[in-house]
Design a protein around this ligand. Structure first.
Ligand SMILES: Nc1ncnc2c1ncn2[C@@H]1O[C@H](COP(=O)(O)OP(=O)(O)OP(=O)(O)O)[C@@H](O)[C@H]1O
Ligand SMILES: [Mg+2]
Length: 414
C-alpha cells in the first residue's frame, strides 16, 4: 500500500551492518526533521571485526533486518545508506592549493572542484579506494576558516580535507551483499562518522571531542575539533572480546558469558562486594556453578582497560590528546556496560559521557535511543545533512554512473 507523501517528504534508509547485529532504520524526512517509521534488526552472522567474511550469511542477516523494517514502515526499501568499518580503514588530512587566475578573480564552483582534486591527489595503493572526501575548511589568500569560498575574491585558494580510505575488497563485498537483495547503495559511510553525527553536539565538535563507538567487533574512534573531523580510525577489539574473556576465565558457554556480562557485569571492581556470588551455567553440561561477581568484574575491567588504552594510544599517537577539552563520548553497545564512563573518566582525567541521540529525531524514539543504534541513526543524519564530496558508490556504479557524471558535467558544469 502506497504511503501518502507530503511536499518535500522523502524516505531515507540507514543500514548498519555491525559485527553482532544488523540494524535497518526507515525514516520519513521532511526538511531536516527525521521521523523513524520502521526498524528491523537481526543477529549478524557473516562479519568478523567489522568486515564481511561470509557473503551468504551476511545477505541472510541483512534480508531479515530489511524485511522487518519494510513491514513496520509499510514501504519497499529500494536504496540505503550503509556504514563501513574495519581495520582496513585509513584516514589522512591533506591540503590542496590552486591559483585563481581568471578575470575578476572571483572563486567559482569549478575552482573549488580543482582545489579538492589537488587535495585528493595522493598516492592511493591499488587495493584501497576513497570513501570520503570531507572538506574541513578553505583558505582564501591565507584567510582561514572559510566554509564556502564560492563568490569570494582572491588569488590563492587552499582546501584542508579529511580523506578516508578503505579496502576495495571490503567495500565491494559489502555492496555485493546489498545489491544481491536488489537494493541500491546510495553511499558507503564510515561508521565512526555516522555515529558522531548521531551523538555529538555541534558545541562539542567545536570545542574538541573524542568519540568512541565500542561495538561488538570494533572500536571506532573519531576526533572532532573546530566543528570538523580531524581523525578517524577503527581498531579490532570490542565487546565480543570481553565476552570471550568471560567464557575462558569463568569456563562458561559464550551465550552465558554474554548474559552475565550484561546482567551482572561492571568495570568498577571496587564497587563489588567481595562475597557476592552469581550462578552461571557450566560448559558442556546442564549444571550450574557459583562464581564470584568480583572475579567477573576483574575480567571485564582488564579488557575494558585494554580497549580504552588502545583507543587513547591512537589519539595520543595522532597528536590530538591535548586538543579535546570536550573529553570523551562513548557509544555503541558496550557503552551500556556498567561503569564504563566513570572508569574512562577516572583513567584519563577527561570528562566523559554516554552518547545521547540528539534533537530532530522523531518516531520510534524510545526504541532507538539505545547506543546500539547510534550508527544507524547517524546514517540517517548523514543522508539528510552531511556535505561529502566523494559519493563512493560511483566507484561501483558501472557505466550508468559514468554516463550520468559525464552528462552532469556537460549540462551543469559539474
Ligand atoms: N548492557 C550491556 N552491557 C555490556 N555490554 C553490552 C550491553 N548491551 C550490549 N552490549 C554489548 O555491545 C556489543 C554490541 O554492540 P553494537 O550493537 O554497537 O555492535 P555492532 O554494531 O554489532 O558491532 P561493530 O560496530 O563492532 O561492528 C556486544 O558485544 C554486546 O555484548
Ligand atoms: Mg557498530
Amino acid at each position: 500500500m502506497a504511503r501518502r507523501r507530503r511536499g518535500r517528504e522523502r524516505i531515507v534508509v540507514g543500514l548498519d551492518v555491525g559485527t553482532t547485529k544488523v540494524a535497518c532504520l526507515v525514516a520519513n524526512v521532511f526538511d531536516s526533521e527525521i521521523e523513524i517509521i520502521g526498524m528491523g534488526t537481526a543477529p549478524s552472522r557473516g562479519l568478523d571485526k567489522g568486515v564481511v567474511v561470509d557473503i551468504g550469511r551476511t545477505i541472510q542477516s541483512i534480508r531479515k533486518a530489511v524485511e522487518e523494517a519494510e513491514n513496520m514502515a509499510d514501504v519497499k526499501i529500494r536504496s540505503v545508506y550503509v556504514g563501513i568499518a574495519g581495520q582496513h580503514i585509513r584516514s589522512i588530512n591533506t591540503t590542496g592549493t590552486v591559483a585563481i587566475t581568471h578575470p575578476g578573480r572571483v572563486i567559482k564552483r569549478s575552482d573549488i572542484r580543482r582545489v579538492i582534486e589537488a587535495a585528493k591527489a595522493i598516492p592511493i595503493p591499488p587495493d584501497m579506494q576513497l570513501i570520503h572526501v570531507i572538506p574541513r575548511q578553505y583558505k582564501v589568500d591565507g584567510q582561514e576558516g572559510i566554509t564556502d569560498p564560492e563568490g569570494m575574491t582572491g588569488t590563492r585558494l587552499e582546501a584542508d580535507v579529511h580523506l578516508v580510505l578503505g579496502s576495495v575488497t571490503a567495500v565491494r563485498n559489502l555492496i555485493r551483499c546489498i545489491k544481491y537483495l536488489r537494493i541500491d547503495v546510495k553511499q558507503i559511510v564510515l561508521q565512526p562518522l555516522a555515529s558522531s553525527l548521531a551523538v555529538l553536539s555541534s558545541a562539542e565538535k567545536e570545542l574538541g571531542v573524542v568519540l568512541l563507538d565500542i561495538g561488538g567487533g570494533t572500536t571506532d574512534i573519531s576526533i572532532y575539533k573546530g566543528g570538523d573531523i580531524w581523525f578517524s580510525r577503527v581498531i579490532p577489539v570490542a565487546g565480543q572480546h570481553i565476552t570471550n574473556d568471560i567464557t575462558v576465565g569463568l569456563q562458561t558457554p559464550i551465550e552465558e558469558a554474554e548474559r552475565i556480562k550484561k546482567e551482572y557485569g561492571t568495570c568498577l571492581v571496587d564497587s563489588v562486594d567481595d562475597n557476592e556470588k552469581i550462578e552461571i551455567a557450566t560448559i558442556g553440561g546442564d549444571g550450574t556453578k557459583l562464581v564470584s561477581r568480583k572475579r567477573l568484574a576483574k575480567i571485564i575491567e582488564a579488557r575494558v582497560e585494554e580497549i580504552l588504552d588502545l583507543a587513547m594510544e591512537e589519539v595520543e599517537n595522532a597528536g590530538y590528546k591535548d586538543i579535546v577539552p570536550g573529553g570523551l563520548v562513548i557509544t555503541g553497545g558496550t557503552a551500556l556496560l556498567d561503569g564504563i564512563v566513570e572508569f574512562a573518566q577516572a583513567r584519563y582525567g577527561l570528562p566523559a559521557r554516554r552518547g545521547q541521540i540528539p534533537q530532530g529525531i522523531h518516531g520510534l524514539r524510545d526504541i532507538v535511543e539505545s547506543p546500539i543504534y547510534a550508527t544507524a541513526i547517524g546514517l540517517l543524519k548523514y543522508a539528510v545533512e552531511f556535505k561529502d564530496l566523494e559519493p563512493s558508490r560511483e566507484s561501483e556504479g558501472g557505466w550508468f554512473n559514468t554516463v550520468l557524471k559525464w552528462l552532469r558535467a556537460i549540462l551543469w558544469g559539474g
